[in-house]
Design a protein around this ligand. Sequence first.
Ligand code: COA
Length: 200
Amino acid sequence: MRAQHGEARMSELENTRGLIRKLWPKEQAMLRDHLLRLDKESRRLRFAHGVSDAFIEDYAARMADLGAIVFAYMEDGEIRGAAELKKVGDVWGREAETAFSVEKTFHDRGIGTELMGRVIRAARNRGVQILFMSCLAENNRMQTIARKHEAELRFQYGEVVGEIIPEEPNYFSLLAEAVEDRVGFMMTVFDLQRRVVAAA
Ligand SMILES: CC(C)(COP(=O)(O)OP(=O)(O)OC[C@H]1O[C@@H](n2cnc3c(N)ncnc32)[C@H](O)[C@@H]1OP(=O)(O)O)[C@@H](O)C(=O)NCCC(=O)NCCS
């Protein structure tokens, strides 16, 4: 799905026309809808077991309360991919958890890889040193992505627990996240305007 002629290029990703940005707390419904669109197999890989619609609805509703950071790949006002960065405990500490989901029709376009880059940097900027990413041993696609980010994977009870050890934060990593937040905001406003005009 490459950018159409004349269409504003909103993505740094080669084969997409969407945008990755942080989700705002009031946008939980969009995360819920994205997770609900995951097919049965993707749900099993994402949550390490099959989950019902009711489970997803409850899970998405709790995201903001948990103070999680969610990076979303957005296209035409819908979330098509998401990466969650969650605290272990009440405050950001040495360890955090992460999880990824990209809808099937959007696979293999580099979205998961880019989302993981954002998560690692956000973790680094919050002083997190170890990121736990639990995925099933058969999940080769996720392991390919983790390897691209030089993750260290260790096997545990039939699952793969990826420990990603980010570097210390620095001026550039903090600045890059802040700039991307601003760009994400501006592009969302432009996109909204574009869709309102198109609908009129
Ligand atoms: C895992 C997931 C997030 C990946 O998203 P994605 O956007 O397709 O990922 P990318 O396109 O960035 O990268 C996929 C990589 O896996 C590779 N790949 C595809 N099929 C593969 C396979 N069977 N075995 C190994 N690697 C494979 C792709 O070639 C690509 O690598 P490349 O960029 O070097 O070519 C997505 O498949 C997903 O949501 N799966 C269901 C939920 C899940 O598994 N979540 C992870 C557990 S938390």
